[in-house]
Design a protein around this ligand. Structure first.
Ligand code: GLU
Length: 505
């Protein structure tokens, strides 16, 4: 068989915000497609109209745009295999459902929900399958004339997949190897409902993967139980030659304790589980997003890439492009990946370190402006240069750096008690005089002059610097004192000192 061009798809159902696990799935699909020079398809699986949530599709598209995960084909991207929204493919599915009925691989069933419920009460562990189907109301148990009559009368029905017992079904999984189950444990899944004239997930998924020439199905572990059914569907259609290879990715686990990651873990521990902020149109609830929380897309990508896979090296910082050649789907772990959100924060910090002061300044400048400060990008850049390495998020810079732009009007009580001594006012007065006389206000020149003066007077360096810091900053934080005073300039430095001496006495 000739090598087929690699084609993968990300196929979310638009039922709400995209969960971070879905983002990881899309990322692995992307890496796999790119490293094989293949295509990445964006398909919307919206055959369950009850679960449709307006805005979800747009949200998902915007999430990937932000993250830099690009699709080649699909909803909003176009392509030769469209339409890519399943609700627009009704006629296609009808044709394939008809094909299964004709070949006897599927049958029509009229059982109402009440009848099914009654059977469940009657038979323990009831499953609609080879052992029970003849007890039910369907085209296998009823004469053809009656089936035709009921349909003509407008009775609603479903189409069920006729699963033959006793068959070993093999799922060829790139991560888990040969996953084998017996067909007996499967039930005759509903593939189509006459009521809404739409197929269920299973049928639409298989038909589309086939028609869209998907070669690899990379998706979350929660879909592994559906995979044997999908294999059987491929066979029922006679498509086994182009059956995709599967890869079921490990679950994302809670940061602590047992079980899979949930939104509640995020709420409880204070981290987002969605890429972007999500406004639930039904409840009005707003959920945090990585973007709005101040994460860089690069950090989110880097963090997610390592949840279930790693390149086996010491190095941890990789861009999306760098990950492409390294990624190896066969090296993904089978066991669930703990969602260590602290690691996500760590990655963000590392990207702050990696970015230049002017890159960070571009992001910080609007925050400075929003706080009512008019200043130049050069001044913002200078501050960022001094302070960026201390934060995990750009938004943390303002509380740390506001004193560079806004003179203190109050003095932190604790710091004052500890740092402002009997003779501090006197010493600060002398220091102000000394500073006033400096022609060169560079860090180096100030440092030299101030140190000489301290030595001459026999003052304690620590005492002077602490008191001075209180006058310029208003509390005990900040970078080196000469960096602060050089940034503020002589005039502002003196003004702040004067005000502090008056106020602190
Ligand atoms: N629509 C399914 C989802 O929401 C797709 C699962 C699959 O990739 O087959 O994840």
């Amino acid at each position: 068989m000739a090598e087929r061009r690699v084609r993968v798809r990300f196929a979310p159902s638009p039922t709400g915000a995209l969960h971070i696990g879905g983002v990881r799935t899309a990322l692995y699909n992307y890496l796999f497609a790119r490293q094989h020079g293949g295509d990445m398809i964006f398909r919307i699986e919206d055959t369950d109209s009850n679960r449709f949530v307006p805005g979800a599709e747009e949200y998902i598209i915007e999430s990937f745009r932000w993250l830099g995960i690009n699709f080649d084909e699909g909803v909003s991207f176009g392509g030769e295999h469209g339409p890519y929204r399943q609700s627009e493919r009704r006629e296609i599915y009808k044709k394939y459902v008809g094909q299964l009925l004709e070949s006897g691989k599927a049958y029509i069933a009229f059982d109402t929900p009440e009848e099914l419920e009654a059977k469940r009460g009657e038979i323990q562990n009831f499953q609609y399958d080879a052992s029970t189907r003849l007890l039910m109301r369907n085209s296998l148990s009823m004469p053809k004339e009656e089936v035709d009559r009921l349909i003509a009368e407008g009775q609603q029905y479903v189409v069920r997949f006729k699963i033959e017992p006793g068959e070993a079904v093999h799922v060829d999984d790139l991560i888990r190897g040969d996953v084998k189950i017996m067909s007996d444990i499967l039930d005759d899944k509903v593939l189509y409902k006459s009521a809404d004239q739409l197929p269920t997930y299973h049928l639409a998924n298989i038909v589309d993967d086939h028609l869209m020439e998907v070669t690899h199905v990379i998706r979350g572990e929660e879909w592994l139980p559906s995979a044997p059914l999908h294999v059987l569907l491929y066979k029922a259609f006679g498509w086994e030659d182009t059956m995709p290879r599967f890869a079921h990715l490990p679950l994302l686990l809670k940061p602590e304790g047992k079980g899979k990651l949930s939104k509640r873990d995020g709420d409880r521990l204070g981290f987002p589980v969605f890429p972007l902020e999500w406004h639930d149109p039904k409840t009005g609830e707003v959920s945090a997003g990585y973007r709005e929380s101040g994460y860089f897309p690069e950090a989110v990508i880097n963090f997610l890439a390592f949840l279930g896979w790693n390149p086996g090296t010491e190095r941890e910082m990789y861009s999306l492009d760098e990950l492409v050649p390294l990624f190896d789907i066969t090296k993904c772990s089978k066991a669930g990946a703990r969602f260590d959100y602290q690691k996500g924060i760590w990655f963000n910090h590392e990207y702050i370190l990696q970015k230049t002061p002017s890159e960070i300044a571009e992001l910080f400048a609007p925050i400075v402006r929003a706080n009512g400060v008019e200043t130049s990008i050069e001044r913002v850049t200078k501050v960022v240069e001094m302070m960026k390495d201390r934060v995990n998020f750009v938004k943390e810079l303002w509380p740390l750096c506001s004193f560079f732009f806004v003179a203190p009007t109050e003095y932190d009580e604790k710091t004052r008690k500890k740092r402002w001594k009997e003779d501090s006012a006197q010493a600060m007065g002398e220091l102000a005089t000394l500073i006033e006389e400096l022609d060169d206000f560079s860090v180096e020149a100030q440092e030299k002059a101030v140190h000489e003066w301290i030595e001459q007077k026999g003052y304690k360096l620590g005492n002077i610097m602490n008191a001075w810091r209180l006058t310029l900053v208003g509390e005990g934080k900040g970078p080196g004192m000469f960096d602060i005073s050089a940034f503020l300039g002589k005039e502002e430095t003196l003004a702040r000192m004067k005000r502090a001496i008056e106020s602190l006495g």
